[in-house]
Design a protein around this ligand. Sequence first.
Ligand code: NAP
Length: 259
Amino acid sequence: MKAAEMFDLTGRVALVTGASSGLGQQFARALADNGAAVALVARRADRLEAFRAELEKTGAKTIAITADVNSRDDMIRAFDEAEKAFGTVTILVNNAGVAQQSVRATEVTPEEWRRVLSTDLDAVFYWAQEAARRMLAAKQPGAIVNIASVLGFGVSKGVAAYAVAKAAVVQTTKALSVELAFKGVRVNAIAPGWFVTDINGSYLEGEAGAKLKREIPMGRFGQAGDLDGTLLLLASDAGAYITGATIVVDGGQIVQIKG
Ligand SMILES: NC(=O)c1ccc[n+]([C@@H]2O[C@H](COP(=O)([O-])OP(=O)(O)OC[C@H]3O[C@@H](n4cnc5c(N)ncnc54)[C@H](OP(=O)(O)O)[C@@H]3O)[C@@H](O)[C@H]2O)c1
């Protein structure tokens, strides 16, 4: 079979959380470019709408849905709206996330812990759960792609809550995958290395970022598009026998032992 056929998403309905900026926009673009109808979800309505209009100009079928991933009512409404527009969501990209204020573990407040865990872990589980429930009810196979991080495997100082949340996303992916595999719902994750976006721009473009870049074997941060191939593999029939996996896309960062 030709690669274009294996990766083709024509007729699929995708929902991308955190589609108002950064990686989420790139994920939505990659899905739309390969034929999926895409529901764009985030809180900033103006940015979502501008992006929706941009995608539409390329011929994509898209809808913008303003929603907070931490609100159960918003979540139900988002799936309902996407379903009404295009049919059952069969590809969920669980991408919305927040960075942690960089402080030592001893200084993390309960409020900060909850803020990070709520968006970066709880919402990932609940949105995956809702997507899976709807796919099962509609008897439709599908793919859930959670966005973890290299910080789900290793840790840095000052980001305990974020690293714990992302490690739990890796485990959530495994737990859901074994329970949903028999119904044809695959659950996988991508663990990106450093990509310059709103979440980390000021950090990566500063002095700490320059040092970090030198420690990446490929000698550069990730660029828009570096995650497209992995996303399309996990979302499409090209990845039909892959479930429970987390694919690291980081320019070699986490396998390196400094010597
Ligand atoms: N950039 C990296 O180097 C990197 C590396 C590893 C993993 N990641 C992960 O990749 C994902 C995307 O990050 P990014 O770098 O693209 O950051 P970003 O540019 O800051 O984007 C984060 C997105 O999440 C959305 N979001 C945050 N809280 C939300 C909420 N409560 N409800 C709905 N949407 C919410 C934001 O939209 P609104 O503010 O409009 O709601 C925004 O669209 C995150 O899960 C992040 O942890 C990023």
